[in-house]
Ligand binder design. Structure first.
Ligand SMILES: [Zn+2]
Length: 383
């Protein structure tokens, strides 16, 4: 074996804390990490957590400095936050909000050479736990993954805050987390490298599988709980699956076709405005088709994720089967060299992606009709 042979690796955040009212413990957990935190949150998020964050930090003897996040985790926004970190002499960056805020803060904390922690206020992605950020262009197209030498020092999730957020966020997180097992399974089968920079560990792959099982059992009751703003055991399980299990599972288990197709979809402006997990669900379904998965598995996946409220047709992500040009653009972007689609245990060509993507429209419509589920509503991007 040469010195450069890939080795097995698993990486994780320093501490993960979850529960109702957890936000009141933020200062206590933060104090050993840094003495001059910079909290980054957009105005809407700060409106509902600002008071609790301030109270908690003050109780721990920490100063409270908040900077507004401006919407897109672009290279420009990241560089702006680096300047704010330097100007405020912060020693820890605290992301409070959704996946975009979190990715921008991780990237800026790394560039500024300080530590970073995440406080997700929605369970819509697995961004909070990972050591990477997804950077987008100013108009919201996928630009690049940025990798950091370590994960957040702390991930703190207040379950009541998640319960108070719209159910659509939790549903999107379920979409992101279901993909984790499909992609980890493919990565393990092909012995490809994971985002953690090594071969998949048994740990990463097993956590991805656990996330899948937890979600099939608990996603629907958890969504109902959120509709009533209730923290229930089912919701606690789904928050952990969406945030921690999926985060560890994708990072140390590996990404494959589903996320590459998500990244490809961002090349079509029609899909902008959809949540990450919504587009990932189209990616998962397309991956199952590419794999030649048993028809009953694909049918179950369509039925279940439709019930969760996730898109299972092109129509629901703003595309149609006639949009050949866009579908070719999506497939080209999904299969560029270096994309995780090449972790599949077989070669995937752009034409395969176009066929698979196109095929889900009729398949899914039929499954939904047979299951008595509503026909897809067309999605129209806001701008
Ligand atoms: Zn994801």
């Amino acid at each position: 074996m040469s010195a450069n042979s890939p080795i097995r690796s698993v990486i994780s955040p320093g501490r993960y804390a979850q529960g109702p009212g957890a936000i009141s413990r933020l200062g206590e957990y933060l104090a050993p990490i840094g003495r001059t935190p910079l909290v980054v949150a957009d105005d809407a998020v700060w409106g509902f957590v600002g008071h609790d964050v301030t109270t908690s930090l003050k109780a721990a003897g920490l100063p409270v400095t908040r900077e507004a996040f401006r919407g897109v985790p672009s290279a420009r926004e990241i560089d702006r936050l680096v300047e704010v970190i330097r100007a405020t002499k912060a020693d820890v960056a605290v992301a409070v909000g959704g996946g975009s805020t979190i990715d921008a803060v991780k990237a800026s904390g790394f560039l500024a050479g300080i530590r970073w922690v995440t406080v997700p206020t929605v369970a819509s992605t697995d961004a909070p736990t990972s050591a990477l950020a997804v950077v987008y262009t100013e108009d919201g197209a996928f630009e690049e993954y940025r990798f950091f030498p370590r994960n957040p020092d702390l991930v703190l999730v207040d379950s009541q805050i998640i319960a108070n957020a719209p159910a659509a966020f939790l549903a999107a997180g379920v979409g992101d987390a279901l993909a984790t097992w499909l992609e980890a399974r493919a990565t393990a089968a092909s012995s490809s490298l994971t985002m953690a920079g090594g071969l998949p560990t048994l740990t990463g792959t097993a956590l991805a599988r656990l996330s899948w099982d937890i979600l099939w059992d608990n996603a629907l009751p958890a969504l109902d709980a959120v509709r009533d703003r209730l923290v229930t055991p089912a919701l606690e399980k789904v928050i952990e699956a969406n945030t921690l299990l999926s985060g560890l599972g994708f990072e140390s288990g590996g990404l494959a076709a589903a996320h590459a197709i998500h990244n490809g979809l961002t090349a079509a402006p029609q899909t902008h405005g959809l949540a990450h997990g919504q587009k990932v669900n189209i990616g998962s379904l397309t991956q199952l088709v590419l794999e030649g998965a048993p028809t009953s598995d694909i049918r179950d996946f369509v039925e279940f994720t439709t019930r969760v409220g996730l898109p299972t047709t092109l129509t629901e992500v703003g595309l149609t089967v006639e949009d050949t040009e866009e579908l070719e653009l999506v497939a080209a972007a999904a299969t560029v060299p270096g994309e995780t689609i090449h972790a599949m245990p077989f070669d995937v060509r752009p034409a395969d992606v176009v066929s698979a993507l196109t095929s889900i429209e009729r398949f899914s419509r039929r499954v939904r009709e047979e299951a008595g589920l509503p026909a897809p509503e067309p999605y129209v991007a806001a701008h």
